[in-house]
Design a protein around this ligand. Structure first.
Ligand code: SAM
Length: 232
């Protein structure tokens, strides 16, 4: 069975991406997401991409063990490098990485995707960087979830390429906190941002007590803290 985090990604894939569903999972590691979806009959084709040989072999082993070799291909490569047009991929998941890395992977390869596709993204940190990238590249965010599992807080988002999307539609607050998450303002959301406010205040204090003070960085952090406090 899947972790709560990957279950949320799987649920969104089933809910948002139309059939026939042809999913590329970049950085699939053990390919748990793809094998779960394959066994449940939720995908028509799966492609696992891994850039590191160890996880690539784990993915191959897991797919074989579950008897899914005819449904799921596993390829070694960096990001979208593993993709060919014949794969007819119309959904992409990228999970368990930082938002900046996810944005970098998208930047290098999103143009190789067919129009009308869906992205399922789970960034561990740097969600704002990722949302900014999506907004600048005409991706509309369709849904967001914030969940807590084993003391960690995770965000999952769904995005769709929309040629009618107005770049810059997201406010600075929406980019930082998530357009839906901030509206919903769930207890987990509040707990997460209270924690971030405390951390930021602590860093500002320590920096102010330091010998060589980086005034620019302190000012940035103070602006960030003010933004969080306004949101809470
Ligand atoms: N997606 C799985 C999950 O969420 O449980 C695994 C997450 S694991 C922390 C991140 C994986 O992404 C690693 O196995 C790493 O090798 C892979 N990865 C990192 N950068 C990548 C890239 N540019 N292309 C493909 N895979 C990448």
């Amino acid at each position: 069975h899947l972790s709560k985090r990957l279950q949320q990604v799987a649920d969104y894939i089933v809910q948002y991406s139309p059939k026939p569903r042809r999913l590329l999972d970049i950085g699939s590691d053990h390919a748990y997401l793809l094998t779960y979806l394959g066994l449940a009959g939720h995908i028509d084709y799966g492609l696992a991409g891994e850039v590191v040989p160890g996880p690539f072999h784990s993915a191959q082993q897991e797919v074989a063990k579950q008897g899914l070799n005819s449904l799921i291909d596993v390829r070694l490569g960096d990001g979208f490098e593993v993709l060919t047009l014949e794969d007819k991929i119309n959904a992409v998941s990228i999970c368990g990485m930082g938002g900046a890395l996810i944005a970098k992977i998208l930047e290098r390869g999103y143009q190789g995707l067919r129009p009308n596709h869906y992205l399922f993204l789970q960034a561990n940190v740097g969600q704002a960087t990722l949302r900014r990238w999506l907004d600048r590249h005409q991706y509309e965010i369709l849904a967001e979830a914030i969940i807590e599992e084993a003391g960690h807080i995770y965000e999952v988002m769904v995005a769709h390429d929309n040629p009618n999307y107005q770049v810059g539609s997201l406010s600075e607050e929406a980019i930082n906190f998530g357009p839906y998450l901030r509206q919903e303002a769930s207890p987990v959301f509040k707990r997460y941002w209270q924690g971030q406010a405390q951390k930021t205040a602590y860093i500002i204090d320590s920096m102010k007590q330091g010998v060589s003070q980086n005034q620019t960085r302190i000012a940035q952090l103070e602006a960030h803290l003010a933004l969080i406090e306004k949101e809470l």
